[in-house]
Ligand binder design. Structure first.
Ligand SMILES: [Ca+2]
Ligand SMILES: [Ca+2]
Ligand SMILES: [Ca+2]
Ligand SMILES: [Ca+2]
Length: 377
């Protein structure tokens, strides 16, 4: 055979295999209930003389039994914030048998080996109806105990468990199991049972082939399978401090109280130091720091200035969104030179964010300048 012929033969074999696979290859094999019939012929010679062919009286027949095999696998775990509601954990359920089946689903907390339990566990699912292995097949169905996902051999179901997270701390985990028990289709929730009295060639009998799973009691070949997925708490850890200093005892063009950050007056020794005398420019800084792994957002800093001050200016730095653009704004601000005795001086910065500070702490600062009143309030 020439090399060209060998190549063509290879191509043809591959094509033939592909065509066969597309039509009939299930993980569980030939579909349950298929009737398999066979006959034979026997030819023989006596001496050199061919004799009449012998054939069987009737073809042999059997029906293919029902392989019950299900697999539950967790997808990536979920990072959650303390006290967050309706947090999803996702699993993939596959019918590895050779007939359509429904599945009774159970979500449960693992009692030991983790740090907390999630509450209000709710199961929903999406059947991969278009068979592309992607959860793009419409709205989830909330599982209510009888709304079983009914799927064909080799088909998969995307199952999501949603739970509420308690006030846990950074790095704490919660393990949740999903158990799928094989049932008949149609939503009755009736579990299938295994045939125990040996094979009848004329009957479609249930044969269990599932593995043992994570849930206690989920042993091999019991018609069920289970797996575990994990919530991990990722939280912000915010601290804040407020400091006050005298920016300039006698503010002037060089040490302009209204320019932030500007140039503070010298604070080198007692002689040059800046004292809190009437007319001095006072600077408050409120510094917020995140040392946690999660971003903190909706940060709201409010400060009502003492009534013996006159507001001058305020600014904020360091509160950045995920793309390092400024996050937040002053939603309440006194007018420049507002007398805080006559009108309360409320400074409020709203909507600030501090990103993941677990490596390097992230910091935001609100700076407020005011003049110490020259007259008694
Ligand atoms: Ca637990
Ligand atoms: Ca899909
Ligand atoms: Ca049988
Ligand atoms: Ca099992």
């Amino acid at each position: 055979m020439t090399n060209t012929k060998l190549f063509l033969k290879g191509l043809l074999s591959a094509t033939a295999l592909t065509a066969l696979s597309a039509g009939t290859a299930f993980a569980g094999g030939t579909t349950a209930g298929t009737t398999v019939t066979n006959t034979f012929t026997l030819d023989y010679n006596v001496g050199t003389t061919p004799q009449t062919q012998v054939t069987g009286d009737t073809p042999t027949t059997f029906v293919v039994d029902r392989l019950i095999d299900v697999n539950v696998a967790p997808n990536a775990g979920t990072s959650v914030a303390p006290s967050a509601q309706d947090q999803p954990l996702s699993f993939t359920l596959t019918n590895e048998g050779n007939d359509d089946q429904g599945y009774v689903l159970t979500a449960a907390n693992v009692a030991a080996g983790d740090d907390f339990d999630a509450s209000n566990l709710v199961i929903s699912y999406v059947v991969d109806t278009n068979g592309d292995g992607i959860n793009n097949d419409g709205a989830p169905v909330v599982y209510n105990g009888t709304s079983t996902p009914d799927i064909a051999p080799d088909q998969i179901v995307f199952v999501t468990i949603e739970g509420d997270i308690p006030a846990a701390t950074q790095g704490q985990t919660s393990d949740i199991t999903l158990l799928a028990e094989t049932a008949v289709t149609g939503g009755s929730g009736t579990l299938v049972t295994e045939d125990t009295d040996g094979n009848d060639n004329a009957a479609v009998e249930n044969v269990f082939a599932d593995a043992a799973g994570d849930v206690t009691g989920d042993v091999a070949e019991d018609g069920s399978h289970s797996a575990t997925n994990t919530y991990t708490v990722s939280t912000a850890d915010i601290t804040a401090e407020k400091l006050v200093s005298i920016f300039a005892e006698v503010p002037n063009a060089t040490n302009d109280c209204a320019i932030i950050p500007g140039t503070p007056a010298p604070q080198t020794n007692d002689q040059d130091d800046q004292y809190a005398i009437p007319g001095a420019c006072v600077e408050y800084t409120i510094t917020a720091t995140n040392t946690g792994a999660a971003a903190a957002n909706s940060i709201d800093i409010a400060d009502t200035l003492p009534d013996n001050l006159t507001f001058v200016a305020a600014s904020a730095t360091g509160f950045l969104d995920g793309a390092s653009a400024p996050a937040g704004s002053f939603t309440t601000l006194p007018t420049a030179n507002q007398d805080c005795f006559a009108t309360p001086c409320v400074v409020e910065y709203t909507g600030g964010e501090l990103q993941d500070g677990s490596g390097t702490p992230t910091t935001g600062v609100v700076t407020i300048r005011a003049i110490l009143a020259s007259s008694k309030p």
